[in-house]
Design a protein around this ligand. Structure first.
Ligand code: SF4
Ligand code: SF4
Length: 79
């Protein structure tokens, strides 16, 4: 087994949609509940539930992508 495999990132993980009708996807497998996204969001869209980020109210999202930028684990996709 090569050392390279120890550092290989899992590219197969797909973001999981937390809510079907919103445009915010959170990969809850990679989320560690650090709260950076929920604190940074200027519109209070996100909240931490059972130690992972979730969408509190997608209707008030302004698509600023601050949450995407601040997440250390690249868990969030907004489109
Ligand atoms: S895109 Fe902006 S408004 Fe929407 S959830 Fe992320 S930080 Fe909040
Ligand atoms: S910033 Fe990323 S890792 Fe931290 S709670 Fe939000 S989605 Fe999870």
């Amino acid at each position: 087994m090569g050392l390279g495999s120890l550092f290989k990132r899992n590219k197969d993980k797909k973001p999981q949609s937390v809510e079907d009708d919103c445009h915010i996807d959170i990969n809850t497998e990679d989320c560690d509940g650090c709260e950076k996204c929920s604190i940074a969001c200027p519109n209070n869209v996100l909240m931490i539930v059972e130690e992972v980020s979730s969408v509190r109210d997608a209707q008030v999202c302004k698509n600023c992508k601050v949450c995407m930028a601040i997440c250390p684990n690249d868990c969030i996709t907004v489109n």
